[in-house]
Every structure is written in C-alpha cells, then in structure tokens.
Design a protein around this ligand. Structure first.
Ligand code: ZN
Length: 132
C-alpha cells in the first residue's frame, strides 16, 4: 500500500521568490534544487519531518507546470504517495479502472521513479506515486 505522503507539489512562477518565503519567512530548511529536464521544471525540496514540500517552477512555456499555472494559477499542484512497488501498484489501479497518465514509471527529481494518475479518475487531484 502507500508508505506515506512523500511530498506535496506546489506550482510557482518564481522559484527564488517562493524559496524566500518558505525558507526565510516560514523557516523551513531548503534541502536542494534540481532541474528535471524531462518535466521542464526546476524543483526545490523542503523536508518537513517525514514528508517534503516540492516547489516547481517551469523552465519552458510549453512545460506542464507553465500550462497548469496558465489555467489554474499558482498553488497546490500534486500530491505524491510513496510506494514500494510502483509497477505493481500501477497495474492494480489500472485493473480497477483508474486512468493513468503514465502507464510506465519515469524518472523524477532525486532519481525517484514516478507516475501520475489522471485527475479525471481521482476527483480532480493530480496524484503522483513515487518509489525511491
Ligand atoms: Zn512530485
């Protein structure tokens, strides 16, 4: 099943500005910044106990995060559950009729294997499953 909420993804227009808020004003610790070429995003991670906040800034106007912000504005983007058997979980969800965005895992930040479920099947929330 799900091991924990791995992270919460937040779409931002200006990563530096968002970092100043989360690090300098909220006092969270910035763990690292990484560019994920395939997703056309730059991400910053802030650990909060067992989970993380993941701030996402688009590096390209055609990227998924740019499009998301255009449509819905900045803010909550996705919820990520950690699993220990991503392929198995995807098969199981597919068998249950859940629509998947990613039929096969791909690589996300930190070298994790990730896959997204289609928000049409989840009540409007973009859910990511990840395996480290
Ligand atoms: Zn994520």
């Amino acid at each position: 099943m799900f091991d924990k909420i791995d992270h919460i993804g937040i779409a931002v227009k200006d990563l530096e500005k968002a970092i100043r808020f989360y690090r300098d004003q909220l006092g969270l610790e910035l763990k690292g910044i990484e560019e994920v070429e395939e997703q056309k995003v730059k991400v910053a991670f802030f650990p909060v106990k067992e989970s993380n906040l993941e701030l996402l800034e688009s590096t390209d106007p055609s990227g998924p995060v740019s499009k998301f912000i255009e449509k819905r504005g900045e803010g909550f983007h996705h919820l990520s559950f950690r699993v220990s058997d991503l392929e198995g979980k995807l098969r199981q969800l597919k068998d249950q009729g859940i629509q998947l965005i990613d039929e096969k895992p791909r690589y996300g930040a930190g070298g994790a294997k990730i896959a997204f479920l289609n928000p049409k099947s989840t009540g409007g929330i973009l859910i990511e499953l990840c395996q480290h």
